[in-house]
Design a protein around this ligand. Structure first.
Ligand code: BDP
Length: 323
């Protein structure tokens, strides 16, 4: 089952109460039994209950509605109303979102939580809502590291000449080029085949995605560079949100908080499980020699991003001022 239907009670409420009914369509790139999938499903089920069926939804998993780039446009034109988006590829449509795609912008995952769960998270969601998309909460996606099938990446020079798949966002092309490698932007569901056939030598992701997509079968060196900590969002269409009563909005905000707490709990368990699955399958993990060698190579990436989107300079300052 790639699709979750959560509409029966909501349909009944149209028929019998005549109250305004919002049938939301949802997009998700992951399949069932993945932390964000469980959390989105639970959010929608509870949304239906707490709004007495005024909000009901159908979640389409596994990217069956299209890539994230397509889904962002679909939300902007009103054909989907909720989604679990990674902020990674979002920078192409919403330049302010690139703040969380800057390599090494957060000290660690807890720092990302402290920044986004506070006023900065609201500032970012407000910036996004000018483009028709807002975040009701920030899900965890851990940290991303490099993996490939040739050798452990220990120093930045190990990336030289290698071809890495990146998410669709020019910023990541700059990130790989700053390390002397070549980047190929590509949709998530094309990566396994590209690794297998040698179209790319490697990719980068967090351990749960590395495991759930079976990339570990075709790229067995996982090097703990932790270069990106990119949150995901419980995103909704600003237009659909503004159509709700303020009571329903308040109720959904409470459910969004619960969904985020649930997802973060599932995430930390899944990270450990994924790591153990891939280790048993023969994956070799290695630490990089010196993280600052990687982070200092990122100066041109920051400079270019700020030049293109000047507000990022003040975002960076704010994030760096939060302990
Ligand atoms: C995963 C994210 C997913 C991205 C994917 C990717 O959860 O949203 O699409 O990485 O690399 O970790 O494309």
């Amino acid at each position: 089952m790639r699709k979750t239907l959560i509409t029966s009670m909501a349909m009944a409420s149209i028929a019998f109460s005549g109250s305004a009914f919002s049938a939301w369509t949802g997009w998700n790139i992951h399949n069932q039994n993945y932390p964000i999938t469980d959390a989105l499903e639970s959010f929608m089920e509870n949304a239906e209950k707490v709004t007495d069926g005024r909000v009901g939804g159908t979640l389409y998993n596994g990217g069956v509605l299209g890539s994230q780039g397509d889904a962002i446009q679909m939300m902007q034109i009103g054909s989907i109303q909720f989604a679990g988006f990674s902020l990674g590829p979002m920078g192409t449509a919403i330049p302010e979102a690139n703040i969380v795609s800057l390599p090494f912008i957060f000290k660690n995952v807890d720092h990302m939580h402290r920044v986004l769960d506070g006023p900065f998270g609201e500032r970012l969601s407000d910036a996004m809502s000018k483009y028709g998309i807002m975040s009701l909460g920030w899900y965890d996606a851990g940290s991303r590291s490099f993996y490939n099938n040739a050798k452990p990446i220990v120093n930045p020079s190990d990336v030289e000449g290698m071809k890495f798949r990146v998410m669709n966002n020019e910023l990541y092309v700059g990130m790989i080029e700053a390390l002397g490698g070549n980047a190929t932007p590509m949709a998530f569901n094309e990566v396994y085949q590209s690794l297998k056939t040698g179209v790319v030598d490697g990719a980068e992701n967090n351990p749960p995605s590395y495991e759930s997509t079976n990339h570990y079968e075709v790229a067995k060196y996982y090097s703990l560079s932790h270069h990106l900590i990119i949150p995901e969002c419980l995103c909704v269409s600003t237009k659909a949100w503004n159509e709700l009563s303020s009571e329903d909005q308040t109720a959904l905000k409470v459910e969004a908080k619960k969904s985020v707490a649930m997802q973060r709990g599932l995430w930390s368990k899944r990270e450990a499980q994924s790591r153990s699955i891939v280790e048993k399958a023969g994956v070799e993990f290695n630490e990089v020699a010196d993280i600052t060698a990687f982070s200092s190579a990122m100066k041109p990436v920051y400079a270019k991003a700020i030049k293109e989107t000047p507000v990022l300079a003040s975002y960076i300052e704010t994030i760096q001022s939060i302990d």
